[in-house]
Design a binder for this molecule. Structure first.
Ligand SMILES: [Fe+2]
Ligand SMILES: [Fe+2]
Length: 178
């Protein structure tokens, strides 16, 4: 049985991951509107990945006999002034999420809930990637910020992101991203 405080923190985290999904989907819409379809594609892949993250916590709570409580999502931002802004915000957001994963890890340890450790270790490792990726694009974009050619080049590069995982709600795809 999952610890009560750990369960509450994970229910909160489902909300944070769903808000991440929402944030990246909103950024994708912004990039499409700017004709930056490569960046939009990257954000769509990211949104998909975030929904998988939410379902990982959802499944973990259920697998451990806990009750899943889906909380209200906040209204997120829908417009930005220039392409660099969403990327900087994405990087800041990922650092915020890393902090949340660390908090849950601390709470679960205080409750001696060692069964949550493999999942939380996976997330800690995943957050290193998420921070690294968003920081890298932010830096590259900052380098070419005033060059339309530079922005277009980066956009064409980001279209190459491949994300093959199926729907997070498809029973055969639960653990595709391991
Ligand atoms: Fe996530
Ligand atoms: Fe993320």
């Amino acid at each position: 049985m999952i610890g009560e405080k750990t369960r509450n923190a994970m229910n909160e985290q489902i909300k944070h991951e769903m808000e991440s999904f929402y944030i990246y989907l909103s950024m994708a819409a912004y990039f499409h509107a700017q004709n930056l379809d490569g960046m939009a594609h990257w954000m769509r892949c990211q949104a998909h990945e975030e929904m998988i993250h939410a379902v990982k916590f959802y499944d973990h709570i259920l697998d451990r006999g806990g009750v899943v409580t889906l909380l209200d999502l906040k209204q997120i931002k829908t417009s930005w002034k220039k392409p660099l802004e969403p990327w900087l915000e994405a990087y800041e957001h990922e650092k915020f999420i890393t902090g949340k994963i660390k908090d849950i890890t601390k709470i679960s340890r205080e409750e001696n809930d060692y069964s949550s450790e493999p999942l939380l270790s996976w997330f800690l490792k995943e957050q290193i990637e998420e921070e690294k990726n968003t920081e890298k694009v932010s830096r590259e974009l900052a380098m070419v910020e005033n060059s339309k050619e530079g922005i277009l080049m980066l956009d064409r590069e980001l279209v190459a992101r491949v994300f093959t995982a199926g729907s997070p709600l498809d029973p055969t795809a639960y653990n595709v991203v391991a």
